[in-house]
Design a protein around this ligand. Structure first.
Ligand code: ADP
Ligand code: MG
Length: 315
């Protein structure tokens, strides 16, 4: 049996989330936020954290700076029992940081890349990464150091027999460059949200985007926010309704969905069960601040999730 269920190589940083902001933020004025939360951020780390919280064995390679923000991020992910024995620390460098302004008109998200862009292919211990059933990759457009070699990495992992999932997340350049075409042939599960699916397929219509993208991957999963999610596997379409919750914070819902979906996928569950599990995890995340706060509360996890979705079959 491999050491891990899932390995991940990616970003590890905090989110600073400010809530209750005035609609306008005039320059040179002091504006006030009603609440704030400094919590684990970054898609890769949120997926890793929440997978582990759901009982999945996770190995995580990342690069941080030698600062307090990086240290806090590591502690959070270690608390969840994610293995970080292959973590790199850059002396004198700053760990990345995302600042999220939660406004009624929508979120504004600003990321300082810092060490996010510094993780490179040569940092990756391939022997460690292949000691798993599955590999997940997030934040394709932020991981600028790794991006040129993602196809090489995926090729090696596939060769070693792992299945692979990808969530690009947003592209800050909004260019959605074509290099993804070299990467998708290695991907078993592609996990964009609806907006990203349309951007990557370069069409406005979601159905057209699904048709287009599902030709490149065995399983396409599209996250639909408060509407749940859909999956396209060849000609087969599955839809899964959202789990009804009182949502207070959408930050990290998509990453939590990935964790819920993949926790079942690596257990060999059918696609419908993977979607239900993804919807549970996405909805669960929205009930507390940030992407991992709900998942840190073990009792709350046990109460919210059906026991069939949290108990690993082999435990
Ligand atoms: N208001 C909500 N109620 C219930 N589930 C939600 C809600 N918002 C998000 N989710 C869940 O989280 C998932 C991811 O949310 P979405 O906003 O589509 O992704 P992203 O965070 O990548 O933009 C959805 O597919 C759904 O399962
Ligand atoms: Mg996302």
């Amino acid at each position: 049996m491999p050491r891990f269920d899932i390995t991940i190589a990616g970003e590890l940083n905090l989110d600073l989330i400010l809530y209750g902001l005035p609609q306008e933020l005039p320059p040179e004025r002091e504006s006030l936020a009603e609440r704030m939360m400094l919590t684990l951020g970054s898609s890769s780390a949120i997926v890793a954290h929440n997978l582990a919280a759901l009982g999945t064995r996770v190995g995580f390679i990342s690069r941080i700076g030698d600062d307090l923000l990086g240290q806090m991020a590591v502690e959070r992910i270690e608390d969840a029992q994610v293995d970080v024995s292959k973590l790199h620390r850059s002396a004198g460098a700053a760990t990345g940081l995302t600042v999220i302004l939660q406004k009624e008109s929508g979120r504004q998200i600003i990321t300082y890349l810092g060490t996010i862009a510094e993780l490179i292919f040569d940092d990756l211990d391939l022997e460690y990464l292949v000691d798993a059933r599955h590999f997940h990759f997030s934040s394709y457009y932020l991981q600028r150091g790794l991006r040129p070699r993602v196809a090489d990495l995926f090729r090696e992992l596939k060769h070693a027999g792992l299945t692979i999932s990808l969530d690009t997340n947003d592209d800050p350049d909004d260019s959605w460059d074509g290099s993804l075409e070299q990467v998708l042939p290695y991907v078993d599960v592609f996990l964009p949200n609806a907006r990203e699916a349309r951007k990557i397929a370069r069409v406005d219509d979601l159905e057209a985007a699904v048709r287009h993208l599902s030709k490149s991957v065995p399983v396409l999963v599209v996250k639909l926010g408060a509407k749940g999610a859909l999956a396209q596997r060849g000609n087969e379409r599955l839809t899964s309704p959202p789990v009804a919750v009182h949502a207070i914070d959408p930050v990290g819902a998509g990453d939590s969905f990935n964790a819920g979906f993949l926790a079942q996928y690596v257990r060999g569950a059918d696609l419908g069960t993977c979607l239900v599990s993804g919807n549970y995890a996405g909805a669960f995340s929205t009930t507390r601040a940030g992407g991992t706060e709900a998942f840190r509360d073990r009792e709350y996890v046990t109460k919210f999730f059906p026991s069939t979705l949290t108990a690993p079959a082999w435990k």
